[in-house]
Design a protein around this ligand. Sequence first.
Ligand code: GZL
Length: 324
Amino acid sequence: MSKKFLAVAASLALVAGLTACGGDSSASGGGADGGITMGFAQVGAESGWRTANTKSIQESAKEAGITLKFSDAQQKQENQIKAIRSYIQQKVDVIAFSPVVETGWDAVLLEAKRANVPVILTDRAVDSDDTSLYKTFLGSDFVEEGKKAGEWLVKDSQGKSEVNVVELQGTTGAAPAIDRQEGFAEAIKAAPQIKVIASQTGDFTRSGGKQVMEAFLKSNPKIDVVYAHNDDMGLGAIEAIEAAGKKPGVDIKLITVDAVRDGMQALADGKINFIVECNPLLGPQLMELAKKVVNGEQVPPRVVTEETTFTQEQAKAELPNRKY
Ligand code: GZL
C-alpha cells in the first residue's frame, strides 16, 4: 500500500477520532443554528492543575453554547500540531490551545491564519515574533509567580548564613518552566546566602518530582529548600523526603506553584511552606474572548489572570472554598 495512501488514511482516521472524542454533532464550524464551534488542543492530563483547567474549559463551553472539539496531546507537541491541523480541515470557527512548549508553532499557526481560522493562546505562550498569528494570549504572568516565590524565601532566609535550594523545573521548554525559573532567580539575588545547588525537570508530574528529589537527596548532603514549579512535583518531593526519614516543611522547606487542592492540603498540614497560586479556571474568559473574536470584535493582545499566594495559616482558611 502506498505511503501517500497510508498518510491520507491516517489523517482521516485522526480527524474522525477527534470528531468522535470531541463528542459533538456539527460537521464543521457554524452549525445549523449559526453557533460557534471551537477546536481546543490541550497539553495533556499531567497535573491537578491541568485537570481543573480542562474541566473549566469543557464546562464553560457548554454554558456558553459553544460546540467544543477537544484533544489531549499527552504532552507531545506533534500531537497538538496534528490536532490544530485537523481543526483547520474541519473548518472550526476558532482554535484555542495551551502550547506545551514555547517554540515550533509558526508553521501551523500560519496555516490557520491562511485558512482564516482565528487562534487564541491560553495558559502558556509561544515565542513567535509574529503576533498576527494569534488574536490574544489569556494566562498567568509566570515570571511574576517565580518572583513571588523568591521574595517569600528572601524574607524567610533573613539571618541565615546559608540556604541551599534544589529546584524542580516544569516541562523543558515550557513557558511556565522558563519564566518561573527566571522570576525566582531574579528575586533571590537580594539574598546572596540563597543558592540554587541543583535544578532539573520533573516534567510537572508527581512521579517526576519524586524521582528527581530522590536523586537530589542522594547527591546533596545539605538541602534546606525545594522550589517546585508546580504542586504535583512538590507532592512527589514530599514522598521522597519522608522516605529519606526527613520532615517536609521542617527539615526541608517547600515552595510550590498552582494551589490545587492537594497542594493546599499539604500546605495546611505543614508539609509545604508557601504556595503561589496559578489560576486554571480560564474557561469563562476564554469563551467570552472566543465569541468576540468570531464576531470580529477587537480583543486585548494580552489578558492576565488574577491570582494570589497562600501561607500555611491562609491555606487552612481557604481549603473549604477550594473549587479544584
Ligand atoms: C501553568 C500551567 C502549568 C501548571 C502545571 O499555567 O501551564 O502546567 O503550573 C501544569 O501544574 O502542568
